[in-house]
Design a protein around this ligand. Structure first.
Ligand code: KG4
Ligand code: ZN
Length: 352
């Protein structure tokens, strides 16, 4: 049994009320009260609606996480909570709840960066009843290239060591998940469209529609998806000018657009792997909601294979999308200074 401290973690950065119990990298409970159904009618997340739903869900979600882990407050060593980035009204609810509980139960409060959560999420491990869990050795992590691909972020981050990060590239406009969601909305796929597009893409022909490869004239590792989104809008409008899209056209469009987004990511990924100065990368990690996509994983594996690199992904889809297990995990693998009075930081970046 590991003697790492038991953490109760909270994330309310967007539209999911998430509470987890973790010990080191081991996840004892990972409860997510999703608001997807509430926001569907708006085709995106409506911040004030999210805030109200978080307020309603937070207490029962905490109770459910403690029950599922089979622990009481006495066993909890600290409370970790997302400080940012995220929607200000949503972050506020999780932080307020965490502060209140920290006072009530006399626990240290640990502010955590949501992006660092996604970044380290491939390290998470489920709890297995029969297994003895050894302490995680953070020294094992050296020069890992991590891709955080979600609805809010698309970043290449070099993890020199845990806690020592260098941002190599990021999107200059939309995030990859955001682009999938926006084009999915044009195709009437509902919200969020990413998972539906993945399903439809399996039924379609990825060569049916051609899209440009963005950002090829720049030598850096920056990404951009807004040009692809505009190209998609123009194509859809042209098609719709004569008649509604057929099912086959929607499948083909999903396959072609999804591939265009992932191709843009893999193009820059290949560039990074080729750079001799950062070529001593030991492993590639993928986190964030879009990391659940099997085709993205396949394309990344194909890109990094010639460099002798392996891809590590979160152990379940629930660890890819927003969750609090990844927040507890950050506190479990590096020292985070306690702060009982910190404020939300909606635009918090990853410290470099
Ligand atoms: O990490 P996440 O839950 O929230 C943010 O921090 O943004 O990511 C949500 C994003 C959405 O854009 C959603 O469409 C996308 O992840 N997503 C997917 C898949 N599952 C979720 N995109 C493509 N394929 C999927 N299977
Ligand atoms: Zn996220």
């Amino acid at each position: 049994m590991s003697d790492a401290p038991l953490i109760l973690a909270i994330d309310t950065s967007c539209d999911d009320t998430a509470v987890a119990i973790t010990r080191g990298v081991v996840v004892l409970a990972n409860v997510v009260a999703s608001q997807t159904q509430l926001h569907k009618q708006y085709g995106g997340v409506f911040p004030t609606v999210a805030k109200l739903a978080h307020k309603e869900n937070i207490a029962p979600t905490i109770t459910a996480a403690l029950r599922r882990a089979g622990v009481t407050w006495d066993a909890i060593s600290a409370i970790a909570v997302t400080q940012g980035p995220g929607l200000a009204p949503a972050l506020e609810v999780g932080i307020a709840a965490a502060k209140e509980l920290a006072i009530k139960h006399q626990k240290p409060l640990l502010p955590i960066n949501h992006i660092e959560g996604h970044l380290l999420s491939p390290l998470a491990r489920p709890q297995r009843k029969t297994e003895t869990v050894a302490d995680f050795d953070s020294q094992q992590v050296n020069n890992v290239l991590s891709l955080v691909i979600s609805g809010g972020h698309s970043e290449f981050i070099l993890v020199k060591k845990i806690g020592e990060y260098q941002r190599l590239g990021w999107t200059i406009d939309d995030a990859a998940g955001e682009a999938l969601d926006k084009v999915g909305r044009m195709l009437d796929l509902g919200y969020p469209a990413g998972p539906v597009m993945e399903e439809f893409a399996r039924l379609g022909n990825e060569k049916a529609f051609e899209f440009p490869l963005p950002m090829t004239t720049r030598q850096d590792y920056q990404l951009s998806f807004s040009g692809l989104k505009t190209a998609a809008r123009n194509k859809i409008e042209t098609l719709q000018a004569t008649q509604d899209l057929t099912k086959t056209q929607i499948y083909d469009f999903s396959a072609s657009f999804q591939r265009a987004v992932f191709r843009a990511i893999c193009y820059k990924l290949n560039k990074i792997c080729n750079n001799v100065e950062i070529a001593n990368i030991t492993e590639v990690w993928l986190g964030g909601g879009v990391a659940a996509n099997i085709e993205l994983r396949r394309m990344i594996r194909e890109t990094i294979k010639p460099f002798g690199l392996q891809l590590r992904v979160p152990y379940s889809k629930k660890i890819c999308s927003d969750n609090a297990a990844m927040i507890g995990l950050v506190a479990g693998v590096r020292t985070v200074s306690a702060d009982q009075t910190f404020e939300r930081k909606p635009r918090l970046g990853l410290v470099v």
